[in-house]
Design a binder for this molecule. Structure first.
Ligand SMILES: Nc1ncnc2c1ncn2[C@@H]1O[C@H](COP(=O)(O)OP(=O)(O)OP(=O)(O)O)[C@@H](O)[C@H]1O
Ligand SMILES: [Mg+2]
Length: 273
């Protein structure tokens, strides 16, 4: 499915698949999200950028229901789901590929994939979806009997994405998919994400690797100390010098800074663009 940016007039009439409306979230005294507004439309590939501790993972946790907003609304396909548990949201189509992939390392690749379908009872469709994962990632099929912990980082990423796809998500959330991958695999990782998007999946990815993420995304937001400071098309964000100098590049003096911010993605070898 091709991109469906919300910047167009037609998308303004559509209901977002997933939305945050003026969401605030706290961990005790830590004010982690501040009036965050974002909307993800079906078929989009969108990204949330920000330095360390800017609130990216917290945004995903709040969308999934692992953290309850202190104010504002999380809306899934038009329904306010603030009081709904994670299991409900997963059953309604949200799935996350967690940071560092979190595979069950002692289980085989096949068992990891099957776990992605644990809420499902439709055996035939599960088998068909397994085949789809093999089509997307032929390498995974070759490794089915192998323990997940013995796979390379790139292969683990394929299994983690495959496992997420096995729950038949409508939107896939990804927390720093390029984190921990060898530099040579980072490019491949973004190609995989582009590939699943082109196969029809709506993807919301959190990244520190701004150049790479914006290279494949339709739109993006930039978080700083829990607040959305930029909201634009990927093209405009890439062309915006403030993205790096002010928002991802550090240099903040720490005032009003319950939630810190980190060094530029570009300064980290693991995030080299
Ligand atoms: N369980 C928690 N308890 C208390 N504070 C937390 C907790 N999780 C996160 N925080 C704080 O909330 C803020 C936002 O953290 P979050 O993990 O969302 O940032 P992030 O942008 O994902 O950072 P990173 O790039 O390091 O993954 C940070 O100040 C962090 O210390
Ligand atoms: Mg994080």
């Amino acid at each position: 499915m091709s991109s469906a940016g919300s910047g167009t007039a037609s998308s303004a009439e559509r209901i977002p698949l997933l939305e945050m409306r003026r969401v605030n979230a706290h961990y005790g005294a830590v004010h982690a999200l501040r009036d965050v507004d974002l909307a993800i439309y079906e078929g989009e590939l969108v990204c949330l950028l920000g330095g360390n501790a800017s609130g990216k993972s917290t945004t995903l946790k709040t969308l999934l229901g692992m953290l309850k907003p202190t104010s504002g609304e999380v809306v899934l396909d038009g329904e306010v789901v603030n009081d709904r548990p994670t299991s409900y949201r997963v059953a309604r189509g949200i799935t996350m590929v967690p940071e560092n992939r979190r595979l069950f390392k002692r289980l085989t690749v096949r068992e990891n994939l099957q776990l992605g379908a644990y809420l499902r009872k439709d055996g035939d469709a599960i088998a068909t979806d397994m085949e789809r994962v093999y089509e997307l990632f032929p390498r995974v099929k070759e490794r089915l009997a192998q323990k997940a912990g013995t796979l390379s980082g790139g292969e683990q990423q394929m299994v983690a994405i495959g496992r997420a796809l096995m729950s038949q998500p409508r939107v896939l959330l990804m927390d720093e998919p390029s984190m921990g991958l060898a530099p040579a695999l980072v490019q491949q990782n973004f190609e995989l994400i582009s590939q699943i998007h082109e196969a029809g999946m709506t993807v919301f990815m959190v990244e520190q690797n701004a150049n790479m993420a914006l290279g494949i995304a339709d739109r993006g937001w930039v978080l700083q100390t829990g607040r959305v400071v930029l909201d634009d098309t990927a093209e405009a964000l890439l062309a915006n010098p403030a993205l790096r100098t002010s928002y991802l590049g550090g240099g903040h003096d720490g005032s009003d800074n319950e939630v810190g911010e980190g060094p530029a993605a570009e300064s980290s070898s693991q995030h080299a663009c």
